[in-house]
Design a protein around this ligand. Structure first.
Ligand code: GLC
Length: 601
C-alpha cells in the first residue's frame, strides 16, 4: 500500500475537523473490510494475474461505448447480454479495455444523472448481467472502465428524494442557497448555456434552491427547463464521502477495473471561488485511491477534468493517487493541426508537456461521447491569438464540415465546442469522389497514428472505426434536441459492422487499417512505456517526435499536409508498417501520411 492508514487518518482529520478522526477512519476501515469479504474468488484471482502497470502497456487499447447503442440489435432489457455477444468484434479490432458509459438507473444526461448506483438501467439488463459481462470480458483479457459520477446525483436519487421530503438529515448532503434566492453568485461558467443555464435549482417541495453546477430542473422558480437535475453533493459531510466510496467498492466487486471520476475537479465547493481543483479535491483522491487499492490492488483511477495542466498533474502522485487522466489540451490542438495543416502550435504544446510519475499515463483522444472541446485553446494561448485560433477552428468545423455547435450562447461570435463524428468533422460527408474520400481516410489514419504513438493510452469512440457519419435524428426528440452531443450518440447495428468486410467500403478501409496499426503497437513495448521528446523542426507541416525505452528507439514523422514532404534521416531504421529497412539520408513522406521508424540497439 503506497499511502499509510495513518496518513489517511490525518487527511480525514484535516477535511473534517469537527468530527473524531478515529471514528472516521474506523468507519472507512469497516467499509473496506465489508467489501473485501464480498469480493469473489474470480476477482481475487484476476487481481493476482494483472501486472501492476497493466494500463501503461502498449496492449492497453481503450474503446468507449454506450451498451444500448453498441448492441442496438439486442432486445430491450438484454443490451448487456448483447454486448457480451459482441465482444469478439472488439477483440478483432484489438480493443483490450472498454469504457461502458453510464449504465446505471438514471433520469437523464445520457446516464450521467444517476438515480441508483446499485441498479443497472432496466432497459439494459440487471446487475447480474453486468457481472456476467465483466467476467466474460476478463476471460478475453478485456478490462472494464466505468463512470463513478461522484460530484452530483440526480434529483431522483434517494438522498435527493429525502431532501424533497423535508428529511433534515439530508439537507446536509447538498448545498442550499442560504440567501433563499438562487441568486448567490458563483464564479463558475455555465456548463451547458444552451439548455441548462445557471447553477442553482429551485426545489418547490421545500421552497429552497440547491447547488447544481451542470443541470437544473428549475433554474428560475416556476420555469421548467429539464426533466431532471444534477444536484451537487456536499463533501463537507463525511457521510457523502463514505456513501460514494461504498458505491465505488460495490462496483469494483462487480468487476470494474478503472473508475472514471466524472467532473471530479468540482468536488469541493467554496463560495466566491471558481470551485475548480481546490486543494481538498486532491486530498479526496488519496482517500478514494486508498479505499480502492485496499480492495482491488490493480484497479485504477481515471480523472475527468478539463482544467489547466498544472492542476491536472497534481492528481498524479507517485503510487498514491490517480493513475490516468484525459489530456484535454492536446485534443483541440490536434484538430487545429489537421484542419490548418500546420503543426507549430501542436508541437509547442507537446514540448511543454509536464513531467508525470512513471506509474501514471495520459489518455489521448480526439473525439469521445462529448463534444470536441475547444476551451483549452485560450487557456494556453492568451489574448487575441487564442481567440482567433478558437474562432477559426469553430468556424471551420461547423461551416466547412458538418459539426454542430456546442457551448455556444446566442449572440456570441463562436462557441467552445463542436459536436460530430470524426468522419463528419473531417468533411467526409461532403467528399464528392473517391479521391476526396481517400483523403479523409488518410486524415483519419493520421490522427489514429498520432493517438497510438504519442505515448499514453489511445482512446477510440464507438463507430469511429467504421467511419460513421453524424446522425441528426436526435433533433426530432424534444428531450435531446437542444444537446448537439447526441449527433454522435447513434445506434450501431450488426449490419453496419458487417460492412467492414466489404472491400472498397470506407468501413473496410478504416477498420482494417486501424486494426493493423493497433496490432503493430501491441507488439512493441515502446509505444506504452518510455518517454516522448518532440523534435523541433522548421517545417510547419511535419510533426516529428522520438520515443525511447531502454535500448529501443521509435522515430515518428507525420505529414499533416497535402504535399509530399522531405526529411533528413540521421541513422538507419526499420519501417514498422512495411517491415522494410530505411537507410539514413533523404526520405519522403507522402501527403497525410506518417512513418513509424524503429531501432533496437
Ligand atoms: C462529464 C460527462 C458529460 C456529462 C457531465 C456531467 O463531463 O462526460 O457527458 O454531461 O460530466 O455529468
Amino acid at each position: 500500500m503506497a499511502i499509510s492508514k495513518c496518513a489517511i487518518k490525518s487527511l480525514l482529520k484535516n477535511l473534517y475537523p469537527d468530527f473524531s478522526s478515529k471514528e472516521l477512519i474506523d468507519k472507512l476501515d469497516s467499509i473496506i473490510t465489508l467489501a473485501k469479504k464480498e469480493r469473489c474468488r474470480d476477482l481475487k484471482n484476476w487481481d493476482k494475474r494483472l501486472d501492476k502497470l497493466w494500463y501503461k502497456q502498449s496492449e492497453n487499447i481503450m474503446y468507449v461505448l454506450y451498451a444500448d447503442l453498441f448492441a442496438a440489435d439486442a432486445a430491450k432489457e438484454a443490451k448487456l447480454k448483447g454486448l457480451i455477444e459482441r465482444l469478439d468484434y472488439l477483440t478483432d479490432l484489438g480493443v483490450t479495455n472498454i469504457h461502458i458509459l453510464p449504465a446505471l438507473e438514471s433520469s437523464g444526461d445520457a446516464g450521467f444523472a444517476v438515480d441508483n448506483y446499485r441498479k443497472i438501467d432496466p432497459e439494459l439488463g440487471t446487475m447480474a448481467d453486468f457481472k456476467r459481462l465483466t467476467r466474460a470480458a476478463h476471460a478475453k483479457g478485456i478490462k472494464i472502465t466505468f463512470d463513478l459520477v461522484l460530484n452530483h446525483v440526480s434529483d431522483s436519487h434517494k438522498w435527493a428524494s429525502e431532501l424533497k421530503r423535508g428529511n433534515k438529515k439530508y439537507f446536509d448532503y447538498f448545498i442550499i442557497d442560504e440567501t433563499k434566492t438562487g441568486k448567490s453568485r458563483l464564479k463558475i461558467p455555465d456548463m451547458f448555456p444552451e439548455f441548462a443555464p445557471g447553477h442553482w435549482d429551485y426545489v418547490p417541495e421545500i421552497d429552497k434552491y440547491v447547488w447544481a453546477t451542470f443541470y437544473s430542473r428549475y433554474p428560475i422558480k416556476g420555469k421548467k427547463y429539464n426533466n431532471f437535475a444534477h444536484w451537487d453533493l456536499n463533501y463537507k459531510n463525511p457521510d457523502v464521502l463514505f456513501g460514494m466510496i461504498e458505491n465505488m467498492l460495490f462496483l469494483a466487486n462487480r468487476g470494474v477495473d478503472v473508475f472514471r471520476l466524472d467532473a471530479v475537479s468540482y468536488l469541493w465547493k467554496e463560495l466566491g471561488t471558481d470551485c475548480l481543483c481546490l486543494s481538498q479535491v486532491y486530498e479526496f483522491m488519496y482517500i478514494f485511491c486508498y479505499a480502492l487499492e485496499s480492495l482491488a490492488p490493480k484497479a485504477t483511477i481515471l480523472v475527468e477534468a478539463c482544467v489547466a495542466n498544472n492542476d491536472l498533474v497534481k492528481f498524479f502522485k507517485k503510487d498514491a493517487s490517480a493513475q490516468l487522466a484525459y489530456n484535454f489540451t492536446i485534443m483541440p490542438f490536434l484538430w487545429y493541426s489537421v484542419i490548418r495543416e500546420n503543426v507549430i502550435m501542436l508541437s509547442s504544446i507537446l514540448s511543454f508537456r509536464s513531467f508525470i510519475p512513471r506509474n501514471c499515463s495520459w489518455i489521448t483522444f480526439d473525439v469521445c461521447h462529448d463534444e470536441v472541446n475547444l476551451e483549452r485553446i485560450e487557456a494556453n494561448v492568451p489574448g487575441k491569438k487564442g481567440q482567433m485560433i478558437t474562432k477559426f477552428l469553430f468556424d471551420s468545423l461547423i461551416k466547412d464540415s458538418k459539426g454542430e455547435p456546442f457551448r455556444f450562447k446566442e449572440g456570441e461570435k463562436y462557441g467552445y465546442g463542436v459536436s460530430g463524428t470524426k468522419w463528419s468533422l473531417l468533411g467526409g460527408d461532403l467528399a464528392r469522389n473517391e479521391k476526396e474520400i481517400n483523403i479523409v481516410i488518410k486524415k483519419i489514419m493520421l490522427i489514429n497514428a498520432f493517438k497510438l504513438s504519442i505515448g499514453g493510452v489511445p482512446l477510440f469512440y464507438q463507430g469511429e472505426e467504421l467511419a460513421l457519419s453524424n446522425d441528426y435524428s436526435y433533433k426530432k426528440d424534444p428531450k435531446k434536441s437542444m444537446d448537439s452531443r447526441f449527433v454522435k450518440r447513434q445506434k450501431i447495428t450488426d449490419e453496419m459492422r458487417e460492412r467492414r468486410k466489404i472491400r472498397k467500403t470506407k468501413e473496410y478501409k478504416v477498420f482494417n487499417e486501424l486494426k493493423k496499426l493497433i496490432d503493430i503497437r501491441k507488439r512493441y513495448k515502446i509505444f506504452g512505456h518510455g518517454r516522448t521528446r518532440i523534435k523541433r523542426s522548421r517545417n510547419s507541416k511535419l510533426l516529428v517526435f522520438e520515443r525511447k525505452f531502454g535500448k529501443e528507439r521509435l522515430l515518428v514523422i507525420m505529414n499533416f499536409c497535402g504535399k509530399q514532404q522531405r526529411y533528413l534521416l540521421k541513422s538507419a531504421f526499420k519501417d514498422l508498417a512495411s517491415g522494410a529497412d530505411v537507410g539514413k539520408g533523404k526520405i519522403y513522406i507522402e501527403p497525410y501520411s506518417f512513418l513509424w521508424l524503429y531501432h533496437n540497439a
